[in-house]
Design a protein around this ligand. Structure first.
Ligand SMILES: C[S@@+](CC[C@H](N)C(=O)[O-])C[C@H]1O[C@@H](n2cnc3c(N)ncnc32)[C@H](O)[C@@H]1O
Length: 251
């Protein structure tokens, strides 16, 4: 038995990586928004990175937030970093910022750990799991920028309810983002782009300072392409790049 995820990938296993409805969060009403946890077995380097390095960078959500996030630096958050290309680029180009990356797909987490080691980065913290408990753990107005790049599209009608971006996630983002913070969202699914706009535009905490089509058609130099986006380009799909702003005050 295999699992077709929102990304369209197929998980080979039928054991712990298989998603069933029982994997939806038992203590909340949240449905699982991601597909497989792991695609293939780790090689020796990947296993070492997982065993020895993850704990050096992982946030401990059972411990107080303030002790783990340096208070004197801007914090940026990337939800669902996939292969980590964008997160590593941002960390390397913004050494004064602490990047928090979260991703439940373990192959992606190991890629991030490899990139951190190869580039000698010290400004990344990881949560190798669902973003929603992490968001609940973060302090109010503590994040200066957030990225959600090409969230799983869940194209089938019966799976649309699993899409990550919606009212509950926006409520948490509105709480953790600082006034004036940017929320960047990219998608290559027109229907998802529409859903995102319909959720964000009426939200009292967010505004969309776009002046014209260039605002959502052009990615910009400080927004490097992700692996998933490269696939969308190859397959000829239009991309939408949204830059929303957390309002200074909520009326
Ligand atoms: C389509 S992939 C895109 C990955 C990457 N951002 C890119 O553009 O290449 C979506 C990613 O979001 C992750 N994801 C889905 N639900 C998530 C959640 N609740 N918390 C954190 N990450 C999630 C998936 O595991 C997957 O890696």
């Amino acid at each position: 038995m295999s699992l077709r995820t929102g990304c369209g990938a197929v998980a080979p296993h039928a054991q712990r990586n298989e998603m069933t409805d029982t994997d939806d969060h038992p203590h909340t009403s949240e449905l699982r928004s991601f597909g497989r946890r792991r695609a293939r077995s780790f090689g020796p380097r990947q296993q070492r990175l997982w065993d020895e390095n993850l704990s050096k960078f992982a946030l401990e959500l059972t411990q107080p937030t303030a002790a783990q996030i340096p208070p004197d630096r801007d914090v940026w958050l990337e939800i669902g970093f996939g292969g980590a290309e964008h997160m590593l680029w941002q960390a390397e180009h913004n050494p004064g910022v602490t990047l928090i990356g979260c991703e439940p797909f373990e192959d992606g987490v190991v890629k991030a750990l490899g990139g951190i080691e190869d580039r000698g980065l010290t400004n990344i913290r990881l949560h190798a799991d669902d973003a929603r408990p992490l968001l609940r753990w973060l302090l109010d107005a503590s994040v200066a920028r957030a990225f959600i790049l090409f969230p799983d599209p869940w194209p089938k009608k019966k799976h649309v309810k699993r899409r990550l971006i919606g009212t509950p996630l926006l409520a948490e983002l509105a709480r953790v983002l600082k006034p004036g913070a940017e929320l960047r969202i990219g998608t290559d699914i027109g229907d998802y782009a529409r859903t995102i706009l319909l959720a964000v535009m009426p939200h009292p905490a967010f505004e969309w300072p776009a002046l014209g089509p260039e605002d959502w058609r052009i990615r910009g130099d400080d927004w490097p392409q992700t692996r998933y986006e490269q696939k969308a380009v190859r397959e000829g799909r239009a991309r939408y790049y949204f830059r929303f702003r957390r309002k200074d005050c909520v009326t």
